[in-house]
Design a protein around this ligand. Structure first.
Ligand code: ZN
Ligand code: ZN
Ligand code: ZN
Length: 840
């Protein structure tokens, strides 16, 4: 495409698209990669932190070396572009408290100066990013800040442009006769901008846009639209759809829309109407989103990082089409290994999208979309490009979302696809919070981090940290950060399972009936407050009763009260069975049933039902419920607090023997119905495989079903049992919305050791189940998990990793023979006799 003859024959213009530099002048070689690669300014002695390399890091914004190599490469590749578009975001992603207006303006000045230094003769067309504002994201019409920015960019802009920029951060320029650029300020419409919420037309931009497009139409000009935040999920719904509607009717004028912001490589098509058959109808326009120079990623979201990117476009001015682009990338992983930054071609758009010399038009990019929808290998490649070749965990559902996002550009269509389409149902599993209202910063770590009897905190810093301690239950700060993280990650899950253990592990004398009920009330309402639109399915834990672990069949005072607390969450029918035995069953949606069991009856520390055969008639009710689910062809999720089998964490059985084996036998005929069991209680991360019979030939028999044990939020370690502590955990599951197969889960953790040092609570992804268990696009069913079990038998490294995750990445030694036996036998030896035979 950049063939010299061709360029002359076709009147080809070339231009660089520079976006999201996010140059961080405080990036320091040897800085802390968990703190934006900065050297700690407070000079607090943080030991053992991972040091930032010279070439950049995926946790951090661009060091100068990366910026410099980017521009060196651009100048070497094409020193004389016809123009440059620069779509914003100069400020680094540092804490907002570290920024002020001057720092933000300085950042914009710096990146503008670098571009000018390297391309002194080029015309430059900038747009305003959501980070090019102070306070960050907050930009509004007529504000002084816009005038300040217009000063920085004044040599690129005409008088008229300067005026519109001061008014609303937008402008238009004639690149050359017949070719116009419109720089849109979508930072006004950005979802996190709270300054312009109630304005119909912030800065009169819509009105202006319509006028400019009409002029372009009359004059028969071709138009490039540029901006920072692209249309789609990043803009407020009403503004987003209105912006797209503004372009309808100008398909002849608009060549393409070019954006940044997402730090992702993707494109969108928009249609005349939100409700369209995306396959058979022609789109009105095409939007290209270029990835960033910065490799920084938001580790609070599930998004993977990206490698640094540069993009050069070519356009045929006479034909009024984008001809092509070259996508360049720098392999940061390799740069870190080699200690220097190199750039190379990632792909050529006309080849990858098979557009040939027809150009990158709405029509050719629609053809590419149809191909992506029909060819899964092709879609895989597209998804790899999204993160600029950074390895992603994108499973089939994720790929389907990426495909949908190409066409679901209107808010209306996004909702249709992402919320009601055939995508995954997601649910949080919240368990073992054990919130301790008496936890105090400075409290005694040998006494649950409570204040001493005299009410004093420990002097000299030997007391508990404000963020938690491995010897204590959850302080309020931990509970609050966990919910904040969940809401940020997915505020609208399809439902939530909540498997109990709210009160702290304090002596019986420090609790009573009222305190236990109050604790359940508080935690329940905290969940419903954070997830006001989400259905919650609770289960009773052994700590949700008083005295601890002692629960007798109902009706009784305690079950009546718990039923009262949960009466808003459940149906009247559920409340009836809850009163009798603490169990219930509901349809999550037609075809998917949840059964919440009360396994506290069977727990080895509950001595209220030892002599009964079926306390609360739960097992006979369970049989009937499963039988009717089978005849109605429903899929079933089993939830409960204490799991059956052996507790590998504490090295003790969980249920009395007679209950354990009877309980397991109930499930034997329903392997087709039950997608999985979900438990808590052990405060560890594990899974279980169960068999119809008490078989012991595990080497060749595929199990009937699988149970997942989710670790606790509390890091508390039982000093009386041979366990390791665990880090705080959160987990979100995904099930297929049609087959209800369990697809995946994401396991999040918070590194309490680090939190205590930094004084703040950080959450991060620990692992993705489909990847760790190597499900290869199969569901997380008995078969997949059985293969993971077999891998552990033969592969010590894999077993060690399982053992590490078992304590939520609390550091452990390699899993020796004793550890291996207990871990593996507790996975397959659920029946009591099975377990003891497995040990020998
Ligand atoms: Zn941005
Ligand atoms: Zn617990
Ligand atoms: Zn428990």
């Amino acid at each position: 495409m950049f063939d010299q003859e061709d360029i002359i024959a076709r009147n080809v213009k070339t231009f660089w698209h520079i976006t999201d530099i996010h140059f961080d002048k405080d990036y320091s070689v040897g800085g802390n990669i968990k703190d934006m690669c900065h050297i700690n300014k407070q000079n607090i002695n943080i030991r053992n932190y991972q040091k930032a390399p010279s070439v950049g890091h995926y946790n951090c914004d661009s060091p100068y070396s990366l910026v410099e190599s980017s521009f060196d490469f651009m100048v070497k590749t094409n020193p004389n572009p016809d123009f440059i578009i620069f779509t914003g975001d100069s400020t680094p992603h540092v804490r907002h408290s570290e920024l002020n207006k001057e720092v933000v303006l300085e950042s914009i000045k710096n990146s503008t100066a670098i571009i000018k230094q390297y391309f002194p003769k080029a015309k430059i067309y900038p747009s305003l990013g959501n980070h090019d504002a102070y306070p960050i994201y907050q930009t509004s019409p007529q504000e002084m800040f816009l005038t300040n920015v217009s000063e920085i960019w004044k040599e690129f802009l005409s008088q008229e442009s300067l005026e519109t920029f001061r008014k609303g951060g937008y402008f238009t320029e004639i690149i050359e006769p017949g070719l116009r650029v419109i720089s849109i300020n979508t930072a006004f419409y950005y979802i996190e901008n709270i300054k312009v919420i109630f304005r119909r037309d912030p800065g009169d931009q819509f009105e202006w846009l319509k006028r400019i497009l009409s002029i372009a139409k009359i004059k028969n000009e071709k138009v490039l639209i540029i901006g920072h935040v692209p249309p789609g999920y990043g803009l407020k719904p009403l503004y987003n759809d209105r912006l797209l509607k503004s372009y309808i009717g100008f398909g002849e004028q608009i060549i393409a829309h070019l954006y940044g912001h997402n730090h992702k490589d993707s494109y969108n098509l928009y249609y005349e109407n939100p409700n369209t058959d995306w396959y058979s109808n022609e789109p009105e326009g095409v939007i290209f989103v270029a990835p960033s120079i910065t490799p920084w990623h938001n580790h609070h979201l599930i998004l993977p990082p990206n490698n640094p990117s540069l993009r050069m476009f070519s356009l045929d001015k006479d034909a009024g089409i984008l001809l092509d682009y070259h996508q360049y990338w720098s392999n940061l992983t390799r740069n870190i290994e080699n200690g220097n930054t190199t750039w190379e071609m990632e792909y050529i758009a006309s080849e990858f999208f098979a557009t040939g010399d027809r150009g990158l038009t709405p029509t050719t990019m629609h053809d590419a979309f149809v191909q992506l929808a029909t060819n899964s290998t092709y879609l895989d490649e597209y998804v790899n490009h999204i993160s600029v070749n950074y390895p992603t965990h994108c499973n089939n559902q994720c790929k389907e979302i990426e495909l949908c996002l190409i066409v679901a550009t209107y808010h209306k269509s996004q909702k249709q696809l992402l919320i009601h389409g055939s995508l995954a149902l997601q649910f949080w599993h919240i368990t073992d919070i054990h919130y301790d209202w008496n936890y105090r910063s400075g409290g005694d770590i040998n006494n649950m981090c409570h204040l001493s009897n005299s009410g004093h905190s420990l002097v000299g810093g030997s007391g508990a940290s404000p963020v938690g301690n491995y010897r204590c239950d959850s302080p309020l700060t931990l509970v609050e950060s966990a919910f904040k993280f969940m809401v940020t990650t997915n505020a609208n899950p399809d439902f939530i399972i909540f498997t109990g253990d709210d009160p702290p592990h304090v002596p019986m004398s420090e609790l009573n009936n009222e305190l236990v009920l109050q604790s359940i009330t508080n935690i329940t309402s905290y969940i419903t407050t954070n997830f006001p639109n989400t259905k919650i399915y609770p289960a009773i834990g052994n700590h949700d009763v008083y005295p601890q672990h002692q629960l007798a069949p109902g009706p009784n005072w305690l079950l009546n009260n718990i039923s009262e607390i949960w009466s808003d969450l459940l149906t009247t029918e559920s409340i009836e069975t809850l009163k009798i035995g603490g169990y219930y069953s509901e349809l999550i949606e037609p075809g998917l049933r949840i059964i919440s069991l009360n396994t506290v009856f069977y727990y080895t520390q509950d001595n209220q039902c030892v002599n009964e055969t079926d306390p609360g008639n739960q097992l006979s009710w369970l049989s009937k419920t499963l039988e009717s689910a089978k005849s109605n062809n429903e899929k079933v999720m089993i939830i409960g607090h204490v799991p059956p089998g052996y507790n590998e964490h504490y090295n003790i059985p969980n249920f009395y023997e007679q209950f354990n084996d009877r309980f397991l036998s109930v499930f034997s005929n329903y392997s087709e119905q039950i997608i999985a069991h979900f438990y808590g209680h052990e405060h560890s991360d594990a899974f279980r495989l169960y068999y119809e019979d008490q078989i012991t030939d595990w080497s060749s028999t595929v199990p009937d079903g699988v149970m997942f044990i989710t670790p606790s939020l509390t890091p508390w370690l039982n000093p009386n049992l041979p366990a390791f502590p665990n880090n705080p955990s959160l987990r979100i599951y995904e099930i297929d919305s049609e087959s209800y197969a369990l697809l995946d889960y994401q396991q999040y953790w918070s590194n309490l050791t680090d939190n205590i040092i930094t004084g703040q609570i950080d959450w991060q992804l620990e692992y993705v189940a489909s990847e760790f268990y190597q499900s290869n696009n199969n569901p997380l069913n008995a078969n997949t998990m059985y293969q993971a079990y077999q891998r552990m038998l033969s592969n010590q490294t894999y077993l060690d990793l399982y053992n590490l995750y078992n304590g939520v990445s609390y550091p452990v030694e390699t899993c020796d023979q004793v550890c291996k036996t207990i871990q593996l036998c507790s996975i397959v030896g659920l029946f009591r006799s099975q377990f003891s035979q497995c040990l020998v």
